[in-house]
Design a protein around this ligand. Structure first.
Ligand SMILES: [Zn+2]
Length: 307
């Protein structure tokens, strides 16, 4: 079976203003790179069922978000989370790409999927937009897996260089979810220390210092693998941020593009026998355009090896 890329043109129309690092070119360069491959299936997002939206975020927040998109110009939801008229479709398509990905896997249309979507989601909390993010796309995926398909042990591995405070917020009180993050610390958004264990000891957070290189990262990543093997997930999600790359302008880790192949491969090697290879990966950060396209391509290389 194949790997699917879930993508909509709406993601290129989410205008964040000149000079914003979370820019349309991010998905354009990845798409250009992946379109050269012949081993991928391309699919469009589906709608997110309303009950899943309200299960993941508060009803007040979702209803307020729906009515907050401007008729023209830019609007700031926080200091760096910008939306514009075409952002509404992009935001709900990003969340809906996870629905298409999960349904496709459960209906045996493909084995794994990468949601090539923006805005990212892992900073969006139950009640607030934050850090370029409006909806926790991984949170939506988690709740859909559990409520539609009855999964009992959904693991989300977030290797974005920033702590996914939003993912943590929407998963911490979910007995059927395990949230794992490696991230630069101290750093934006704050938090994500070893003390953040979730309400049911269902979160593992591994803070690492600025300057962390490949060897240091993989030494720490062994703890992620150990926890996954102990947990025996029945479905795996990646909150896949590529801003731990050495060329990324927003953070100070020293990973190479090839390291994202290695992260993916090691993770799937650990979880494959529990998940039967079922994995949905969701794009989060990554702000150097060349490094981003290269790193995503490496990530996909590893996903495909397990098909
Ligand atoms: Zn990030």
């Amino acid at each position: 079976m194949k790997t699917a890329i879930i993508n909509s043109e709406s993601h290129e129309k989410h205008d964040t203003g000149n000079g914003h690092p979370e820019q349309p070119k991010r998905v354009i360069v990845i798409k250009d790179k992946l379109k050269k491959r012949k081993d991928l299936i391309w699919e469009k997002p589906d709608n997110v069922p309303e009950n899943i939206l309200y299960m993941t975020h508060s009803k007040d927040y979702i209803d307020g978000l729906r009515s907050s998109f401007p008729q023209k110009g830019l609007k700031f939801l926080d200091g760096d989370t910008v939306i514009s008229p075409d952002s509404k479709k992009a935001v709900f398509d990003a969340a809906g790409s996870t629905i298409k990905a999960i349904d496709g896997i459960e209906n045996n249309k493909f084995k794994s999927a990468f949601c090539l979507a923006r805005p990212p989601g892992h900073h969006a909390e139950k009640n607030k937009a934050m850090g370029f993010c409006c909806i926790s796309n991984a949170g939506i995926a988690t709740n859909y897996l559990i409520s539609k398909y009855g999964f009992k042990r959904v693991a989300c591995v977030d290797f974005d260089v920033h702590w996914g405070n939003g993912n943590y917020d929407v998963m911490r009180d979910n007995k059927n979810a395990l949230y794992i993050s490696t991230h630069q610390y101290p750093f934006y958004p704050g938090g994500g220390t070893e003390k953040d264990k979730g309400n049911f000891n269902n979160s593992l957070n591994i803070p690492l210092p600025a300057g962390t290189n490949s060897e240091q990262y993989f030494n720490a990543y062994d703890r992620v693998l150990d926890r996954l093997i102990e947990y025996k997930p029945d479905f795996l999600l990646f909150s896949a941020g590529f801003d731990a790359h050495k060329d990324d302008p927003l953070a100070q880790f020293q990973l190479t593009s090839k390291d994202f192949y290695e992260i993916t491969k090691r993770t799937l090697t650990a979880t494959n026998k529990f998940t039967q290879g079922k994995v949905v990966s969701i794009l989060e950060g990554g702000y150097d355009l060349n490094a981003l396209a290269e790193s995503v391509n490496e990530h996909i290389n590893a996903l495909i090896e397990f098909n």
